[in-house]
Ligand binder design. Structure first.
Ligand SMILES: C[S@@+](CC[C@H](N)C(=O)[O-])C[C@H]1O[C@@H](n2cnc3c(N)ncnc32)[C@H](O)[C@@H]1O
Length: 196
């Protein structure tokens, strides 16, 4: 389904970074693990800030477009095709992990977040935005399966060794290409891995 969505020449979510990520990007240190990177708009933006970025996604078509976008913008990003339901990132390796609209079935998401938490070095950040449970009644983007939508409480539970720097559910205009098209309910979460 994602390869099909990305088969178009057009960028499904545009080429500009996610607003929440852009607003808070000054807090990030590399290397950055970008989960469900898709067509590269966020990884390319982070690389343009001088950060080393590893983008992972299940769609080879999406990541090929990510590399094209990087070349177009004159930056370098690393990309790897992975299934996030089985992916294990290296432990204590990343300065930050970023997750933008990365929706998996809840059991798979919990497993992934446990491993992502371990892959962030002490002092490093998790920065996440995804559609909340309240998004189920809107037609402005996100999965139609409530099990794949987020709550603040889930994020706080799934990153237990992290100091919560920001955790909120907000309504905001998410306008990103033709699939994220307007007022949306999102969960935003930034946590810092505790030193011990
Ligand atoms: C809504 S798009 C968001 C893409 C990107 N984060 C952005 O903001 O532009 C969701 C992405 O999740 C990826 N994805 C969904 N399930 C996945 C899985 N099990 N393993 C790897 N990637 C997956 C899709 O390939 C797609 O690129």
């Amino acid at each position: 389904m994602w390869d099909e969505r990305y088969a178009d020449d057009e960028f499904a979510y545009g080429t500009e970074p996610n607003d929440f990520l852009a607003e808070h990007s000054g807090m990030l240190s590399g290397p950055v693990l970008s989960l469900a990177e898709g067509e590269g708009r966020n990884a390319v933006f982070l690389a343009s800030l001088g950060l080393e970025v590893v983008g992972v996604d299940g769609s080879a078509v999406g990541l090929a477009k990510a590399q094209k976008l990087a070349a177009l913008k004159g930056v370098s990003i690393q990309t790897t095709v992975v299934d996030l339901e089985t992916y294990t990132p290296p432990a204590n390796f990343f300065g930050a992990a970023v997750s933008i609209s990365a929706h998996l079935p809840s059991q798979a998401r919990k497993r992934l977040h446990r491993l992502v938490a371990q892959s962030i070095k002490p002092g490093g950040l998790i920065m996440l935005e995804g559609y909340s449970q309240a998004q189920i009644n809107r037609n402005t983007g996100g999965p139609k399966d409530p099990d794949m939508l987020l709550t603040r409480a889930d994020m706080e539970q799934e990153f237990p060794g992290f100091e919560v720097l920001l955790s909120r559910e907000v309504e905001r205009e998410v306008i990103e290409g033709k699939f994220h098209t307007g007022l949306a309910s999102v969960v935003q979460f930034i946590g810092k891995r505790k030193e011990k």
